[in-house]
Design a binder for this molecule. Sequence first.
Ligand code: AHZ
Length: 329
Amino acid sequence: MTPPTILQTSQVETFNISAKKAQTVKFTSDAKDGKVNFADWENFKFAPIRESQVAREMGRRYFQDLDKYAESDVVVIGGGSAGFSAAYTLAKNRPDLKIAIIEASVSPGGGCWLGGQLFSAMVLRKPADLFLDDLGLEYEDQGNYVVVKHAALFMSTLMSKTLALPNVKLFNATAVEDLITRRDEAGNISIAGVVTNWAHLDHDNQSCMDPNTINANVVLSACGHDGPFGSFSAKRSKSIFPQDEVKFGGMRGLDMNKAEDAIVKGSREVYPGLVFAGMELAEIDGSNRMGPTFGAMVLSGVKAAQETLNIYDYRKEQNEKIYGGLEFK
Ligand code: AHZ
């Protein structure tokens, strides 16, 4: 076999030099002297750093966030299109509330990085275009529906707008393993937070790996439809609220027209302190799936956020009563 040809440095340089044409790269960001010029590559140098500085900047902030969000106002489970739309709406409308998003995957976004069958464009039926306007996202108007040129453009914009809000913290690579429950004097159970763990722990080789907890006045679950990860809270609720009539109808077949209205209208507090949004709700209500049209995921998040705010003060008061009026910050 002929060995691969390895170019000598001089050959690479010769090639580059013959292909080069001087170009100016412009940045208008935080220029100190009126211009940013990375192009002086000969004299290019990063400012110095010690490795421990990097380690401490990351570690300190993460542990400060764990401390701050151990008492969250609302926990959103699942960072897909419904979960992020809900978190964005909540955090924007109530800057006084601390919103934690718990996402099992390292890469948040759920099933919303592509349209259907791995195609790029994303279809949203009106009136979901109003949400896109709020995000400042461009789309093609096709009458009854709009098209965003790439689902990833939608998801990354929604994510960046949400994560830039000062009252939101995303804990990704973190799974909700259970729900915190409370029983009031009358014996009624409500949800008062989540039980978490690193998502990538190898539970199979350890006898016990105790989890961590986050208290919250309302939990908003948007874990997606059933599958290896999906519909976690819906499944767990079956044994937490066994006295309730079983609310786990199982998602029905695809019907875009029926499915989208049903999911948005049905987004609500299903169990005390536990609001559902997105496709997890289809599993509870036994409603249809809609496949690759995303208006319902977005507006289900908006409706679920509104339902959360409607019950928030009541659930907070109830939570504090259980602790004899103690307030938690
Ligand atoms: O990783 C999951 C995903 O990002 C995350 N998740 C699930 N269980 C979790 C747990 N702890 C933390 N126990 C968890 N995170 O929840 C996210 C769900 O996102 P998704 O995009 O799957 O759900 P969605 O309801 O926001 O959007 C669903 C969109 C549709 S509709 C549809 C169809 O009709 O066929 N298919 C999809 C994917």
